[in-house]
Design a protein around this ligand. Sequence first.
Ligand SMILES: [Zn+2]
Length: 86
Amino acid sequence: MADPRGKVAAITPLGQRRRPSEWCKRCDRAVVVGFRVSDEAWAAVVGDAGTIRCAPCFDEEAQAKGVAFTFLEAWPVSWSQSLKAT
Ligand SMILES: [Zn+2]
């Protein structure tokens, strides 16, 4: 389900990645809401498929660059979920 090429913008459901990959590389806060956008939107807004953004940062960057997009999917991940998943 998760696309390793970067379609999964933050973390996969049930936190399949451990810290520090769940930390937004822009604001340095925990990504508590994982989300997915199209490859095209991610490339236009962030570019680097291997980095991490939280939803608010992605939205801000998209607005700053004038990129219209839709969150295709979003899911909550608490700190305890992200720590116990492997
Ligand atoms: Zn952020």
